[in-house]
Design a protein around this ligand. Structure first.
Ligand SMILES: Nc1nc2c(ncn2[C@@H]2O[C@H](COP(=O)(O)OP(=O)(O)O)[C@@H](O)[C@H]2O)c(=O)[nH]1
Ligand SMILES: Nc1ncnc2c1ncn2[C@@H]1O[C@H](COP(=O)(O)OP(=O)(O)O)[C@@H](O)[C@H]1O
Length: 206
């Protein structure tokens, strides 16, 4: 994927299950109107209250495998027994329209995006500690005991990969974590403006 000068930023937010990615993404989108959430496809069953096309596009395994075969996904991964993937076209079109896109995806997928799209901004949301992470997954009340155990196991492996990210933000208090991410996004926009020599033209006139 090629990034045009006036295209938006691609933001990739990862972090272990239960750390608060969904909570932070929702809060960020309320604060930043230029930020668009990429809705993923998944084979996992909808949770109570989840809406098709809002939280996920819910697919059968056969449909998901067709999407892989037809190159409709920017990245995909298997996580705790289900497929998850990012529909490619929506991301490309939204970036081209000049809006920023945020992907809320696990680590294997994020590393695939990094290979294809190194200009992306890779953010890892970390818990204050593992005990608090487990409290949050349990407190959300959506997972079976087995699912919680599996997610905690995967979490330990994910945390080991956080050095591959551009930024690590601890989700202690939602507002504080959001402010830090907003600051990162603003700084990355300034860096991009400088890279594309937006100021060169008028500097010549000085
Ligand atoms: N690679 C990849 N991971 C995704 C995608 N969508 C969601 N995920 C990740 O899959 C994992 C499981 O998501 P989910 O079942 O909703 O559980 P939750 O994170 O505990 O709410 C999380 O780490 C998500 O960030 C995607 O499109 N691609
Ligand atoms: N900073 C925080 N402090 C305390 N609880 C939090 C915080 N952020 C999120 N939570 C809670 O933790 C649980 C998991 O959050 P969620 O956004 O579903 O995580 P994820 O999307 O990473 O799986 C939810 O019940 C949420 O309300």
């Amino acid at each position: 994927m090629k990034m045009e000068n006036d295209s938006g930023l691609l933001l990739v937010l990862s972090g272990p299950s239960g750390v608060g990615k969904g909570t932070i993404c929702k809060a960020l989108r309320e604060r930043m109107t230029n930020l668009v959430y990429s809705v993923s496809a998944t084979t996992r069953a909808p949770r109570a209250g989840e809406i098709e096309g809002v939280n996920y596009f819910f697919k059968s395994r056969a449909e998901f495998e067709r999407m892989i075969a037809e190159n409709e996904l920017l990245e995909w991964a298997e996580y705790v027994g289900n497929y998850y993937g990012t529909p490619r076209r929506f991301v490309e079109e939204t970036l081209a329209s000049g809006r920023d896109v945020i992907l809320e995806i696990e680590v294997q997928g994020a590393l695939q995006v990094k290979e294809k799209f190194p200009e992306g901004i890779f953010l890892f949301l970390a818990p204050p500690d593992l005990a608090e992470l487990q409290n949050r997954i349990v407190g959300r009340g959506t997972e079976s005991e087995e699912s919680i155990r599996n997610r905690m196991e995967v979490a330990k492996a994910e945390i080991e990969l956080m050095d591959k990210y551009d930024y690590v933000v601890v989700n202690d208090v939602v507002d504080c974590a959001c402010e830090k991410i907003e600051a990162i996004i603003m700084a990355e926009h300034l860096r991009k403006e400088r890279q594309i020599h937006k100021f060169r033209k008028w500097l010549k006139e000085v």
